[in-house]
Structures are given as structure tokens and as C-alpha cells.
Design a protein around this ligand. Structure first.
Ligand code: SER
Length: 313
């Protein structure tokens, strides 16, 4: 990667990734885009353009004027918000990806697409979910992710495009909040623990989901996009995760730092049903073997860093 255009730059991943890429590749070589401009490091730390990912002409023009060789296509609506507005979710997540692929094809760019654990469903083996397995999700978000994985593979097969992607688990970060996802509880719990010493979880006791700390996710994107293509047997999309936990386990980890922390439950049936349809843990051996995926953070090291960086009461 030399000249990169990122969509969805104000989102939870984009906020950190744009700054990470600018450190590695130079601020002027990372064009951040989003549907709106927000003051802060993303729009002020390097080139920034307003871009609606459904606008094919605008995206093609932006890629051409930036002389980009890579598109990191992050713009999308997360799972719970997608269930509340399936039409918006399909339009943004599917038509946005199609637009990005076509614009990337016209400009000879490589493209990164973030798939998700939502690309799996209730009929998928839930524990240590294999790289290649049943993918019959029951959410509009998951359906768009599976279709997106297939579409990216199609562009690779049909046009020789360099499309690559990972299936992200729940991502946890202190710098930018996720919005409208199912795994968001694992971010909110740290904020509330630091500010109030207690948290009420909308995800039920005993519900495991795969997770990863944001620095490992950012490192994974760079490693995958820089990997030798001859080593990639898979492309769209690789299982990646660093840990798997349920609410009681993250609470126990927080209690090592905040001994009086208390956890209560008020389960949201919509997000609980989504969580139960997703894997408990992932088999990431293909990502490790094909491009050296190697996350550094486990639950306790992530907890220490999250709590150290949270606003206190
Ligand atoms: N973290 C995402 C969500 O909860 C999953 O891709 O929607």
C-alpha cells in the first residue's frame, strides 16, 4: 500500500485506522472520507473528503484524484441498527460495497472489506468456528456480509482484483465508540466501570462472543494488505479473534482493577438473539498460517489498558 483511501473514517475502526495508517505511510498518503466531516484528528490530521459511499461517480473521482492504489472500505451500518432499518442497512452495506468495488476496479486499486462474525448463523458450529463452514446468518447485516465476501471473491476471480478481508469479532477500543452493534456492551462496560463502578448488560450471562482489542485489529489490516499474495489461499474472508468471553468474565477481569465493580442484567431480546446466532469462538489458524496474524492482547492486558484510558468519575 502506498496511497490509501479509507471510507467510514469516523467510525469505530476508521477513527483508529486512519491515524495508524498515517503514522506508517505518511499523513498525505491516507485520504480519509466519511459521509460527514467531524472536527478532530481524522479530518484535521491529513487529507479528508466528504463522501457518500453509494455515490459511484464521486467515489471514482476521489480515487482518481488521490491516485490511490488501495481502498479500505469501512463504511457500514452495524448489526442492531441494521435490524431496526433493514432497507438502510442493505443500501449502505451492499450498494456501498458494490460502488467501492466498481470504483476500485476502474482505478486499478486493491480493496479491503471487513466482514464479521455476523457472516455465521445458528447452523454454524459455534465453538472454534472453522474458517470454511456453514454460513446461513439470520440478520440483514450478516446476509450483506456473506454476499459481500462472495462479491469480493468474485471480483478477484473475474477481474483479478486484489480483494482481501477479515471477519472481525467484537472490537474494543477506548478512543472511538461503536454505534448500533451487538458486541458494543464490551466497550460500554469499561466506560461505566470507570465512571460509575457498575454496569447493566443488555447481553445475557453466559453469552460468549469472539472479541479483539483495537490495536490488534489495526495491525491485522496492515499485515493482511501487505501480505505476499502467493501465500493467500483464502481472500474473503479470514477468521480473526484474540479472545472469547461472556459478561461475567469481563466483569471478573475489571474487578482485578476495580474490586467493587458490580454487574447487573437487563437483557435486550433483539441483541441477545443476534448474539446467540453468532459463534462463541473462532478458529483463526488460516489467518495465522497465510499472513501471520498474531494478536498481542488477552482479556486482562486489554482490561488494564482500557481502564487506564477511560474518563474517571
Ligand atoms: N461488532 C459488530 C456488531 O456488533 C459485528 O460485526 O454489529
Amino acid at each position: 500500500m502506498k496511497k490509501i483511501l479509507v471510507t467510514g473514517s469516523n467510525g469505530q475502526i476508521g477513527f483508529g485506522l486512519v491515524q495508524h495508517l498515517r503514522k506508517i505511510y505518511g499523513a498525505e498518503n491516507v485520504v480519509a472520507t466519511d459521509i460527514r466531516k467531524v472536527p478532530g484528528p481524522v479530518s484535521e490530521g491529513g487529507p479528508f473528503e466528504v463522501l457518500d459511499v453509494r455515490d459511484g461517480r464521486a467515489m471514482t473521482e476521489r480515487l482518481s484524484s488521490a491516485k490511490a492504489d488501495t481502498v479500505i472500505h469501512l463504511a457500514g451500518v452495524l448489526s442492531a441498527k441494521s435490524e431496526a432499518d433493514p432497507q438502510l442497512a442493505w443500501d449502505t452495506n451492499m450498494n456501498g460495497l458494490y460502488t467501492a468495488l466498481e470504483a476500485a476496479r476502474a482505478n486499478g486499486c486493491a480493496l479491503f472489506f471487513p466482514s464479521s462474525i455476523s457472516a455465521f448463523g445458528r447452523t454454524t458450529p459455534a465453538k472454534n468456528t472453522p474458517q470454511d463452514t456453514i454460513q446461513r446468518p439470520s440478520t440483514i447485516y450478516g446476509a450483506a456480509k456473506v454476499a459481500g465476501e462472495l462479491l469480493c471473491d468474485y471480483y478477484h476471480l473475474k477481474y483479478g482484483m486484489d480483494t482481501r478481508g477479515v471477519r472481525f469479532p467484537g472490537l474494543i477500543s477506548y478512543s472511538a465508540l461503536p454505534g448500533g452493534g451487538t458486541t458494543d456492551y464490551a466497550v460500554h462496560i469499561y466506560r461505566e466501570a470507570a465512571a460509575k463502578g457498575k454496569y447493566t448488560s443488555y447481553i445475557g450471562k453466559g453469552t460468549y462472543m469472539p472479541m479483539m482489542y483495537m490495536p490488534d485489529a489495526l495491525d491485522a489490516v496492515v499485515r493482511l494488505m501487505e501480505a505476499d499474495p502467493r501465500k493467500l489461499r483464502h481472500r474473503n474472508s479470514f477468521n480473526v479473534a484474540a479472545m472469547s468471553f461472556e459478561p461475567e468474565e469481563i466483569a471478573a477481569s475489571i474487578r482485578q482493577v476495580i474490586p467493587d465493580f458490580t454487574l447487573a442484567y437487563d437483557v435486550d431480546p433483539v441483541r441477545q438473539a443476534i448474539a446467540e446466532s453468532w459463534p462463541d469462538s473462532l478458529d483463526c489458524s488460516a489467518a495465522k498460517a497465510e499472513w501471520g496474524f498474531s494478536p498481542r492482547y488477552d482479556l486482562d492486558s486489554m482490561t488494564r489498558e482500557m481502564l487506564a484510558n477511560m474518563p474517571k468519575a
